[in-house]
Each structure stands twice: as structure tokens, then as C-alpha cells.
Design a protein around this ligand. Structure first.
Ligand SMILES: NC(=O)c1ccc[n+]([C@@H]2O[C@H](COP(=O)([O-])OP(=O)(O)OC[C@H]3O[C@@H](n4cnc5c(N)ncnc54)[C@H](O)[C@@H]3O)[C@@H](O)[C@H]2O)c1
Ligand SMILES: O=C(O)C[C@H](O)C(=O)O
Length: 374
């Protein structure tokens, strides 16, 4: 695998000569200038959707992104035209399926984010989405493996516990799988955990600083918050009941939004926020920033040594698990251990394992029917 830095693309004309930050109202340019001209192409597949549009907006407003490719089966030319009027560096292009739109969007991509697919309605589990979303994610992965096999792939589409293995299998069948570059996006669970812990502490102003590791997977009981490792402890007065209620709220936070949206979809805005937070961390790592750690659902071979420690901690030979990972210019550098677990957290992990195992197997076994482009 090549090192990102050796293929780092440089602008032919320094952007700093055409933009004078002291005259620009956009202070965002300063960090762009700091990272000095590394070009990053980010791509959103499913860019016209509830997550895709605000995610594309957040990426467009980030000066680290110099090209933004948008792909969907509907509306991407309009979304791209709209975003292109924002005065930030990213050049935006939107494509639809005809005329090789997917390949055009993916050409030269460094980071590909996938929120394509259908969302839940009340009463559905994320696994109920498998029937439709497995095929969508599969076909997009075929396109990525063909046009941008070195890109970092960030999967948002549910059920994440299965869609990540689907992408891995597509890449494996083409001899292009690099586990270091495949990420299931579980950041929303961490964002929610921070907010809910702040609420229990009656101080929402603290939520941006609160860090709660959330491990396992991304659905119901597979979402395991490690509240004993929260940067901000729960109030001294809180007992087992608070701990259990908080755990349940973090595990089933997605249901709150699905219920409130009443049949019109699931979390989109908070997901776009979380997805952008994760994607920007990955982009910063690509640009050479060191020591970046983020939670993600990864193949445990991405760092065999770290993965073996996690397998030992969970007591099962699972291929995928979400935990904190250190990310560098070539992707996952280290899979970090779960650390000290309470008996309650050990029980939560034991309860997560059967569903996680089944979802991983289901994703890994998914093959397109004969009509597939394999
Ligand atoms: N990982 C997470 O934490 C998390 C959080 C929220 C939602 N999600 C999931 O993200 C997915 C998208 O949610 P949403 O609310 O944005 O849904 P949405 O229906 O609003 O948007 C999905 C978009 O995908 C597009 N699409 C469908 N098939 C496509 C294809 N073959 N190629 C390209 N684009 C295609 C649709 O046209 C639509 O614009 C859902 O599966 C949802 O469950 C995951
Ligand atoms: O709940 C969902 O279906 C969407 C997403 O996975 C979430 O956690 O909000």
C-alpha cells in the first residue's frame, strides 16, 4: 500500500496567493493555510438524502476538503450547485447514475462516506433494513473497489454491523481489501453518550468536553457504553438505576428519533454532525496530523496485535468490533484495548456478542444474485 504522503497532491498555484486571510471574513481559511496545500477529495454516496445533504454542507465548510464529490440516484446536480456557492475551497461536483456517474464521482477520492440507503420507520430494527441496504451498499462498494480502491471508506448505512462486512467482502473478492481503510461510523453513539451524561449531570454546557467510550457495534444491545470510563463521572448520588437507565438510553437513542419523526425517517442532523466529526478526523490523519483517536467499528485485523487484545477482552473470535482506534495517514494504526471493565460492562459485552456475531456473518455471507456486477 502506498503512503498517502507519497501521493499527496499539490495545488499547482498556492491558494494562499489568491486568498488573503486578513481580508477574508472566513477564519476557517487559517487552518487550511496551516496544513499547507494538501488536497483532499471527499465523496458522499447518498448525498441528496437526509444525512447526505447536511453532511455535504459540513464537509464543504471545512477548509481541509478541496474537492467534494456528491453521488445519489436523485438530485445531486442541484445539491452540488447549491453548495458550490459557499465561499470555501472545495470544488463541488454532483453526479447521477447515467454516464458512469459513480465512477466520475469516485475518481481520485481519498475519503468516501456512505450514507446511501433507506432509514428506519417506527417498529423496525436496523436489521430490517438489510434487505434493501445490503444491495445498495454492495453495489457502491463494487464501484469504490473499481475506481478508488485506496480510499478510506466510512460506512454510515444501516445495519452498520452487517454493511461493513459487506464492503470488506466486495474488496476481498477483488484482492483489494485493506482492513486499515474501512470504518463503520459509530460516532453518533459517542455523541449521544456525551449529551446524555451531561443531562444527568444537569449541565449541558459540559457535553462537548465529555468523552464516553462506546464499544461493540451499532444497534440496540450491541451498543455498549463504558460509563465507568467517562471523562466526567455520574453524580455521586446516582445509583444502579441511573446507570442502567442511561445505558439503555444510549443503546436505544436512535429509537427516540425514529419515534419522534413518526415515519419520516431517523436521525439525520445529529448523524451529519457526528459523521463530519469522524470524517474530518480521518482527513486530518491523512494530512499527517498525529495521535488522532476516534471510535469506529473496524475489522480486528486492521491491527492484529491490538485486535487480538480486544478479542481476548471480549472472550470471542469476532472479526469486527467498535472500539477506539488510532488513525494515521495509512488508516488504522492501533486498535486500542477496551480497558478496565466493570462487571456490569462485562455483562453488556457478553449480551452484545450473539447479535454482533449473527450480523457479521449475515453481512459477510451476502452475495449479490446473478444480476450483480461482480
Ligand atoms: N451509522 C449511524 O449512526 C447512522 C445514523 C443515522 C442513520 N443511519 C443510516 O443512514 C442511512 C441513510 O439515512 P438517511 O436518513 O439519510 O436516509 P434518506 O432516505 O434521507 O437518504 C438516503 C439517500 O440514499 C440515496 N440512495 C438510495 N439508493 C442509492 C444508491 N444505490 N446509490 C446512491 N444513493 C442512493 C437516496 O436517494 C437518498 O437520497 C440509513 O440506512 C440509516 O439507517 C446510520
Ligand atoms: O436509529 C436509526 O435507525 C438510525 C441510526 O442508526 C441512529 O442510531 O440514530
Amino acid at each position: 500500500m502506498d503512503d498517502y504522503r507519497t501521493r499527496a497532491k499539490r495545488l499547482p498555484v498556492p491558494i494562499s496567493t489568491s486568498i488573503n486571510p486578513s481580508q477574508s471574513p472566513h477564519h476557517l481559511f487559517s487552518s487550511f493555510l496551516l496544513l499547507n496545500l494538501t488536497m483532499v477529495k471527499a465523496v458522499v454516496l447518498g448525498a441528496a438524502g437526509g444525512i447526505g445533504q447536511p453532511l455535504a454542507l459540513l464537509l464543504k465548510t471545512n477548509p481541509l476538503v478541496t474537492e467534494l464529490g456528491l453521488y445519489d440516484i436523485v438530485n445531486t446536480p442541484g445539491v452540488a450547485a447549491d453548495l458550490s456557492h459557499i465561499a470555501t475551497p472545495a470544488k463541488v461536483e454532483g453526479y447521477l447514475p447515467p454516464d458512469d456517474g459513480l465512477a466520475k464521482t469516485l475518481k481520485g477520492a481519498d475519503v468516501v462516506i456512505i450514507p446511501a440507503g433507506v432509514p428506519r420507520k417506527p417498529g423496525m430494527t436496523r436489521d430490517d433494513l438489510f434487505k434493501i441496504n445490503a444491495g445498495i451498499v454492495h453495489d457502491l462498494a463494487v464501484g469504490i473497489a473499481a475506481t478508488a480502491p485506496e480510499a478510506f471508506v466510512l460506512v454510515i448505512s444501516n445495519p452498520v454491523n452487517s454493511t461493513v462486512p459487506i464492503v470488506a467482502e466486495v474488496f476481498k473478492r477483488r484482492g483489494k481489501f485493506n482492513p486499515k481503510r474501512l470504518f463503520g461510523v459509530t460516532t453518533l453513539d459517542v455523541v449521544r453518550a456525551s449529551t446524555f451524561v451531561a443531562e444527568v449531570n444537569s449541565d449541558l454546557s459540559k457535553s462537548p468536553e465529555i468523552v464516553v467510550p462506546v464499544v461493540g457495534g451499532h444497534s440496540g444491545v450491541t451498543i455498549v457504553p463504558l460509563l465507568s470510563q467517562s471523562s466526567h463521572p455520574l453524580p455521586a448520588s446516582s445509583g444502579t438505576e441511573t446507570l442502567q437507565a442511561l445505558t439503555k438510553r444510549i443503546q436505544f437513542g436512535g429509537d427516540e428519533v425514529v419515534k419522534a419523526k413518526d415515519g419520516t425517517g431517523s436521525a439525520t442532523l445529529s448523524m451529519a454532525y457526528a459523521g463530519a466529526e469522524f470524517a474530518i478526523k480521518v482527513i486530518k490523519a491523512l494530512a499527517g496530523e498525529k495521535g488522532l483517536v476516534a471510535p469506529s467499528y473496524v475489522h480486528l485485523d486492521a491491527d492484529k496485535e491490538g485486535g487480538a487484545v480486544v478479542k481476548k477482552e471480549i472472550g470471542k473470535e469476532l472479526d469486527y468490533f467498535s472500539t477506539n482506534v488510532q488513525i494515521g495517514p495509512n488508516g488504522v494504526e492501533k486498535i486500542l484495548p477496551l480497558g478496565n471493565l466493570t462487571d456490569y460492562e462485562k455483562q453488556l459485552i457478553a449480551a452484545a456478542v450473539p447479535e454482533l456475531t449473527a450480523s457479521i456473518e449475515k453481512g459477510a455471507a451476502f452475495q449479490r444474485t446473478p444480476t450483480a456486477k461482480v
